[in-house]
Design a protein around this ligand. Sequence first.
Ligand code: AMP
Ligand code: ZN
Length: 465
Amino acid sequence: MSIFLYNTLGRKKEVFAPLVPGKVGMYTCGLTVYYRGSIGNFRAFIVADVLRRMFEANQYSVTHVVNITDVGHLVGDGDIGEDKIEMSARKSGESAWDIAAKYTALYFEDAKKFNVLTPTISPKATDHIAEQIAMIEAIEKNGYAYTIADGVYFDTSKLASYGQLSGQSLDEKEGGSRVAVGDKKHATDFALWKFSPSPSADSIAQRRQMEWESLWGIGFPGWHIECSAMSEKYLGVPFDVHTGGIDHIAVHHENEIAQTLAARNCLEANVWMHNEFLQIDGGKMSKSLGNTYTVADLEEHKIHPLSFRLFLLGAHYRTPQNFTWEAVGASHIALGSIRNAVRDLPKPSEVDTESMKQFIDRINDDLDTPGALALFYGVLNDVLMERSTKAATLLAMDEVLGLALADVLARPVLVPGAVETLLRNREHARAQKDWKASDALRADIIALGFDVNDTPSGQRILEVW
Ligand code: AMP
Ligand code: ZN
């Protein structure tokens, strides 16, 4: 079946054509590991994960590279300001290397909680300094770089196609840029290599902890070069699909494309996909507003991370999505009911091919997750479908959705002894028509993390989560 993807480069939906039949090379810009990834960041990673699962459901063998940005991402919009990792180190008193290691480990833990598949490769920028230096050399050799006091810069005016991703001309970009030009030739020029400031320099308060020797001087790579260099190393150029959030279009991805073109005279990737942002209570997520929530906040609010995943699936990745505790709470209840329904199903048999075909048709249409979810619910609530077929079909759909339903299928809730006793007492109370006692016992059961439904065949224990 054909796959249609919206390509930011060209701004239209296109039929996906792999470079090598049966294979897909995918690169996702990963977390800048100076803090714990927010649920906004995880929208980007979960969208990329669904994309990968979609390809796999279409029998593609996927190489998914998700990098770790552990150096070079500066606080400011341009090439000024402190490195985010070094800033976090300065504030916390830990070393820059420890900060990066700590938040990299947390990222992998959090990703697992959201059932994000482990990337095929997760290269760190600091492990690929030589590759980045080699690429800057090629850019310089081809005449696209110049050196000024604080670093080596890419001359965007040399590249006629600069601006092709965002669809802005150089003049438009320069006019709209909030970035100070300084010694740069053009506002859109960007750092390939930045020099470490001398201890007396006042631009960065202290000496850098992460720095390397280079032909140009001691320093560190710019943010964009890591993605051009590491994607080329692991996927070659061009590769199939590059993903990230929409904030990356105008600068980071534009600059990645420019670097690879300048160094290799080749388009970095054929398809560029960008997710819209997750907003909080209708506005931007920001540290100053105290609303940059993480998976820890979800868990504190008794929201399972997979409930957040279900919440995300309810919106198309190219629409801004508004996070509220009410909305994610509703997804949490919905996932609880899905899990309870799936627990009751027998062992899976054959997939219902017609339902699955419709589902793949939706997900292949530029990841129409709301449409795919509607079909999933259709099967879940289908009273006529043979139950082992239903089990097989829901599991096959969940390979794409990633709600970890295989963990609960045909696995009755394990009820602790204390809850069993309460259930027995409640059954007795109900036989006596003592509704007050029955309600009190139900409250005790809920307090222990379970719930009970009264069905024609008696009490039914439910998992609450
Ligand atoms: P960063 O660590 O800043 O490089 O961001 C990692 C990824 O998260 C990038 O793809 C960003 O575009 C994405 N991202 C950041 N904030 C949000 C948000 N609120 N909603 C969706 N994606 C986001
Ligand atoms: Zn990147």
